[in-house]
Design a protein around this ligand. Sequence first.
Ligand code: GDD
Ligand code: GTP
Length: 428
Amino acid sequence: TTKAVILVGGPSRGTRFRPLSLDLPKPLFEVAGHPIISHCFAAITKLPEIREVFIVGYYDESVFRDFIKDCSRSHPSISVRYLREYQALGTAGGLYHFRDPILKGRPDRFFVLNADVCCSFPLEQMLRLFEERDAEAVILGTRVPNEAATNFGCIVSDAHSKRVLHYVEKPESHISNLINCGVYLFSTEAIFPSIKSAIKRRSDRPRLVSYPSSDALDNQYLPPQDDDDEDGEKNEVIRLEQDILSDLADSRQFFVLETKDFWRQIKTAGSAVPANALYLTKAFQQQSEELAKPSATILPPVFIHPTARVDPTAKLGPNVSIGPRAVVGAGVRIKESIVLEDAEVRHDACVLYSIIGWSSRVGAWARVEGTPTPVREHNTSIVKNGVKVQSITILGKECAVADEVRVQNCVCLPFKELKRDVQNEVIM
Ligand code: GDD
Ligand code: GTP
């Protein structure tokens, strides 16, 4: 049998997702009408042999309760459980800590999915490669432009055998443009001993300094806008990427499935806009009933929640999601944007490349706009007049843009009122 683990991290991570993560844990943020994590879950449910899914992270117990209830209702034959780390244990540390529930029933293998990626999750194909090659591990890979590659885990592989020869997490210089998508299939027999020996190596190595109170502090006060590495790392933290994958590459039974399908990381708040576009496009190609019917004013793909009220003269799309109870007035134009629950866009306003936060209000004839970035670039900041700014404009929860005001390339924290034109600013 096969199981699946979704790694969700915790509240101190995802700081780059601010201001949206101030009000909702990132995995629950909705793109294309569903929480980010539910796109992962949906892919898992396509494999009939997976009967057990674990969500592993260090968010509070209550965070995923409703989501799990929804999963159990829609897929009663699949058991979904949240396993909470008492503190961040790292991507492999969490798996190891919960090895008993994962190994229960003796599954031969299990998938691990980073919750913060957006892709078609070709799990079936990964499984096939795994079986064909009698693999210990299969990693999903994708090609990115050379300039972007060092922001990810890089894979050097043998093109013919698909064997992973070499793996380096976020290397300093270019080694490959085939990168780690954050989706893995591991043999239980190979992975747990490998994590165990990494832990042993770590504890054998003498530590240089150790401040007894640093652990407690680390958890509460992480450096701002950095959710990658913490220096002064806790001894328990074991990461798949740094501590395990390069070892696996030496084992010769580690393979890569290269996907040609779409793939994006969801790190910054702005990256929810391209993720929304990619999942909407996928839903449109699959002729999903959930999407709004194309018409003179609906340029597909567009998702409109059944409880939203959209004036028939408003022109929406492509790549627009309108959340529950949102109100869109007459003559409005919205394109490449997400309008969240209870937000209101008043008549003749224009919203482009933006996210309108929960219960926010965009006044009549106002313009809220970002700047398009090519999907392939894997970047949500752009340089304007020599300054790095957000390409996507984001209004946090309960913001208000006055009538006729223009907001361009701004990130606006919750509860702000914008009464004058602003551009290229973070409004706090
Ligand atoms: N349970 C748990 N515990 N989950 C964690 C922890 C932890 O301590 N730390 C991170 N995660 C989760 C995150 O929520 C995310 O889903 C995933 O693990 C990876 O997050 P990071 O550790 O922040 O790595 P990254 O996103 O910068 O890079 C990883 O993903 C890239 C693809 O998106 C690496 O695997 C890269 O190699 C890869 O290219
Ligand atoms: P489409 O062909 O409609 O997709 O537009 P475009 O891609 O040529 O133009 P752009 O992306 O700049 O703007 C999208 C559309 O929004 C424009 O075609 C305008 O008609 C419309 N638009 C621009 N500004 C406003 C505005 O302030 N209010 C309203 N209601 N619509 C606007």
